[in-house]
Design a protein. Structure first.
Length: 333
């Protein structure tokens, strides 16, 4: 195992210390329990938007804490759910007096721990709602979930609902908007090579030199099938077609296309794939109105990519375009 780390047991805490000094103007990082909070929290009369999950998916979620997005993120150990006390601490730390919305990726540990935290916060008189995102069309159930996994759509959800909360939309409105986004976003990914979890010290799965895993999960969970590696012109439709068929997306739809790298894929390949996806969508009469390209929800150094499509309307476009200022996303400010 070759990694720029000291001790696998302290890798998350060590990374958080670096994040704290790198983004001291944006973030306030606490360590016991580990919570990443926007520097100006709590914001009075603003719904607090909180998410989190296992570390190793950076910049998700801590990189999306800041104005116009998350109020707090709870980083668990690598590929491990955060604990209820982390989430409860985040709720208290960001409480602006009008409640909190928890955005939960659909993994069993995340769902259980976030819901436990919501109950703890409710006992303190804080109105907490939860929305679970399950945008991965690859599999119905996986090693980590009951139902579909939450993957790339999480980034889009956090940005759009974060913009609404920043504008002063109330808790009912933020919850309804989140459910709307969940209903209109779909994703699928593939892996060309595995990643290595620091405390495991060996690859999370094995692939032959000519193989790829189609429909991979962000923790290295198996996908739909293991197939031979093809050209980009073959790989992109293998991801895009199942997404289009699932919602379904049809001629005349307006969409946001998110081409995501899994951590070990260079941007030259992501842009190449994105161009193919845009062409294929145009051939179907689907208009790409907004785009995001880059490694925004990763799996350590896994080589691979995912595609996410969000069906847009005027409301969602306006909220996507709204100002955001976080370590990983920034525009309009």
């Amino acid at each position: 195992m070759k990694k720029i780390i000291n001790d696998p047991a302290t890798v998350v805490a060590d990374a958080l210390r670096g994040m704290a000094v790198a983004h001291a103007d944006l973030l306030d990082v606490q360590y016991e329990p580990a919570v990443i909070v926007r520097a100006d929290a709590p914001v009075a009369r603003k719904v607090a938007l909180i998410s989190g999950g296992g570390s190793g998916h950076e910049p998700l979620h801590g990189g999306f804490v800041g104005r116009g997005m998350l109020d707090a993120a709870c980083p668990g150990a690598v590929f491990t759910s955060p604990t209820p006390d982390q989430v409860a601490a985040a709720v208290v730390r960001t409480n602006g007096g009008v409640g909190a919305l928890l955005i939960i990726k659909n993994y069993t540990g995340d769902v259980l721990n976030f819901e436990t935290a919501a109950e703890l916060a409710a006992a303190e008189g804080i109105d907490v709602r939860s929305v679970v995102i399950d945008d991965d069309v690859a599999v119905k159930d996986s090693l980590y979930t009951a139902g579909r996994r939450g993957v790339g759509g999480t980034v889009l959800l956090e940005k759009i609902v974060g913009a609404a909360a920043e504008r002063g939309v109330d808790l009912d409105g933020c919850e309804a908007l989140a459910r709307k986004v969940v209903g209109q976003v779909r994703s699928m990914g593939l892996a060309l090579a595995p990643c290595t979890v620091p405390h495991a010290g060996e690859p999370s799965f094995t692939l032959g030199d000519d193989e790829m895993e189609l429909g991979i999960g962000i923790h290295g969970e198996p996908g739909r099938q293991r197939v031979k590696v093809g050209t980009a012109e073959q790989l992109v439709p293998a991801l895009l077609d199942p997404i289009l068929e699932d919602l379904p997306f049809t001629e005349g739809d307006r969409v946001l296309l998110f081409t995501n790298g899994m951590g070990g894929t260079p941007l030259i390949e992501l842009y190449l794939a994105h161009g193919i996806a845009e062409r294929l969508l145009a051939e179907r009469g689907i208009t790409v109105e907004r785009r995001l390209v880059g490694p925004y929800i990763t799996s350590l150094e896994m080589q691979g990519m995912s595609l996410t499509l969000l069906k847009l309307d005027d409301e969602l476009v306006e909220l996507w375009d709204a100002p955001v200022h976080t370590p990983a996303l920034r525009w309009g400010v």
